[in-house]
Design a protein around this ligand. Structure first.
Ligand code: HEC
Length: 131
């Protein structure tokens, strides 16, 4: 598994050309389960600390990105899922609020590449920290 992942990183297109589709599907499924079990999908706090805390606080004020405390009162659940997954796609879709944030913070939040379950648990964790 480890070797396959390294090879994939080293030269994705060449690897895909020479690999039967079944192996690619198996590899993708393997990679997905590595990412979820690796950071305990249910543990929103761990995900936040590993993936968000470098740029966001919850109640500690503005950092690289906005303070996320009480964000659920300000934004719809759907919008939060979308920006957590990909701020770039939200801006590309013409979303006015996402564009405003980009102007204000002068930086696009990088795509997080999280599973739906991970996005949900990290947002639940943020909500649990109060409004
Ligand atoms: C490399 C820095 C960085 C990381 C890591 C990061 N963000 Fe962000 N985030 C930003 C910036 C900058 C913005 C504001 C600009 C934008 O929206 O692109 C933002 C905006 C947001 C917003 C919108 C806030 C508002 O006021 O509406 C949410 C929600 C958010 N991030 C959640 C997360 C979550 C959850 C994670 C972890 C899974 C995360 N971010 C990881 C930099 C980051």
């Amino acid at each position: 598994m480890q070797t396959l992942i390294r090879r994939r990183g080293a030269g994705t297109s060449r690897f895909i050309q020479h690999t039967p589709i079944k192996a690619i599907v198996a590899l993708c499924m393997g990679a997905a389960s590595v990412s979820t079990t690796g950071i305990a999908a249910a543990d929103g706090e761990a995900i936040f600390n590993q993936r968000c805390a470098a740029c966001h606080s919850i109640g500690g004020g503005r950092s690289v990105g906005p303070d996320l405390k009480g964000i659920h009162a300000k934004r719809s659940a759907d919008w939060l899922i979308q920006i957590t997954k990909s701020a770039q796609s939200l801006v590309d879709s013409g979303d006015a609020e996402a564009k405003k944030l980009l102007d204000e913070y002068k930086m696009m939040m990088p795509d997080q590449n999280l599973s739906d379950a991970d996005v949900k648990s990290v947002l639940d964790y943020i909500a649990s920290k109060g409004s």
